[in-house]
Design a protein around this ligand. Structure first.
Ligand code: CP
Length: 310
């Protein structure tokens, strides 16, 4: 059974197939409106979400399928002590595919070991968020037109930001990519990503404290929120939360074709005045999330169906 736990679970050829399918869905959504008839998607969300859960559900409904699930741990039997392994065994007989978000790193991977339906990681703690990465890649492909020869700046909470960890891994597979990692000392990219992804693949990167110094060099600026829910100490969160605020004055220093991405939700890190700048594409990015998840559901269900009939 094929599961998607990390963005690199798809090789480059499979990733191209996913993005091409998402683009075909954008061109002709009607063609896919019945593609998952009688199929069910379970959304098992042990952590809050707006975009990921609702775009998964919208994706399955757009494909003519049905949805079931829960949107918080409190409304599931995990509050009675049920393990993820037992939950997924049961859900495997209720649904054809599932998307799981969990505060513990590795929980969707554990689920995949006990599942007889495809499991998609919809975000696990501060670790990975592969479907956000596929969304980010579709955004970059459509609005920037290339993955190679890019200087990409990640700004904000690079320690706990799982979308950052996943996108660094995915973009590191392309040619002539350079990263500028903009964060306070306390929120730097974890060492395991620097060692196992960047250094091992000879990807050039700089660590920078100042957004103003970095912004003129960037083709893409990926802003992130400081992840309040992952802090042990509220005083640290309050001290760090407004370290970076992107505003029109800073945007004036950027290239005319730089794109600003953000996985959302936004708190204070992008001033609302930036929303009208044509380089600010984060709401378009959220829209792409539905199409890429439609494509992923289709590919995984086709593969699972193929296995059954073989
Ligand atoms: N980008 C993202 O994961 O948003 P949600 O937390 O709202 O799903």
């Amino acid at each position: 059974m094929r599961h998607i736990i990390s963005p690199t679970d798809l090789n480059l050829s499979e990733l191209n197939e996913l993005l091409s399918l998402a683009e075909d869905i954008i061109r002709d959504p009607e063609k896919y409106s019945d593609a998952c008839r009688k199929k069910k998607l379970a959304t098992l969300f042990y952590e809050p979400s707006t975009r990921t859960r609702l775009s998964f559900e919208s994706a399955m409904l757009n494909l003519g399928g049905s949805i079931l699930g829960f949107s918080s741990a409190d409304s599931s039997s995990s509050t009675k002590g049920e393990s993820v392994a037992d939950t997924i065994r049961v859900i495997s007989s209720y649904a054809d595919i599932c998307a799981m978000r969990h505060p513990k790193e590795g929980a969707p991977y554990v689920a995949s070991l006990h599942s007889s339906i495809p499991v998609i990681n919809a975000g696990d703690g501060g670790h990975n968020h592969p479907t956000q990465t596929f969304t980010d890649l579709l955004t970059i492909k459509n609005l920037k037109g290339r993955f190679d020869n890019l200087t990409v700046g990640f700004c904000g909470d690079l320690k706990f930001g799982r979308t950052v960890h996943s996108l660094i891994g995915a973009l590191s597979r392309y040619t002539n990519i350079k990263f500028i990692l903009i964060s306070p000392e306390e929120l730097k990219v974890p060492d395991y990503i620097k060692e196992e992804v960047l250094l091992q693949n000879n990807i050039p990167f700089e660590e920078e404290r100042c957004l103003v110094s970095a912004i003129p060099k960037l083709d893409i600026l990926y802003m992130t929120r400081v992840q309040k829910e992952r802090f042990f100490n509220e005083a640290d969160y309050i001290r760090l939360k407004d370290t970076y605020i992107l505003n029109s004055k800073k945007m004036a220093l950027a290239k005319e074709d730089m794109l600003v991405l953000h996985p959302l939700p936004r708190v204070n890190e992008i001033a609302v005045e930036v929303d009208d700048d044509p380089r600010a594409v984060y709401f378009k990015q959220a829209e792409y999330g539905v199409y890429v998840r439609m494509a992923l559901i289709l590919l995984l269900l086709r593969e699972a169906e193929g296995r059954k009939t073989c």
